[in-house]
Design a protein. Structure first.
Length: 130
């Protein structure tokens, strides 16, 4: 970590879901206020949502990717890596390190995703092993 070159090579990637109903994922978002709210909001079960994936490298934010699936699976995540993210990164940068987030359930840790990353980014990706 003390090497500046290491930090400058990291590309962070993450995804999130935006619920059309206004539902907020309380696990990842904190809302602070001076008073306790007393309003109740009725939410529907499995509301429609839009998934968004993005990669950030120093001063560059790669255009967001909008998966068409309602739920990201290991196979859909693998397709996104192969067809969208890795081609973009490989044409833009020579030597980078891909930092995966700690998503759970684990589409990032699908066996085929790990095989791809180990083959294409040998010892140049950071993530949790399955």
């Amino acid at each position: 970590m003390e090497e500046n070159e290491f930090v400058e090579r990291i590309i962070f990637c993450d995804e999130t879901s935006f619920h059309i109903s206004g539902k907020v994922n309380g696990h990842n978002v904190r809302i602070w206020g001076t008073e306790k709210p007393h309003a109740q909001i009725e939410l529907q079960h499995a509301p429609p949502k839009v998934n968004v994936f993005c990669a950030v490298y120093r001063e560059n934010v790669h255009s967001p990717f909008f998966p068409t699936e309602a739920t990201i699976t290991g196979d859909s995540f693998l397709g996104m890596l192969e067809n969208w993210l890795l081609p973009q990164l490989n044409t833009s940068y020579d030597d980078y390190i891909l930092q995966m987030d700690g998503a759970h359930p684990p589409p990032h840790f699908h066996r085929n995703v790990q095989v791809l990353l180990n083959r294409v980014l040998q010892q140049r990706w950071i993530g949790r092993a399955a």
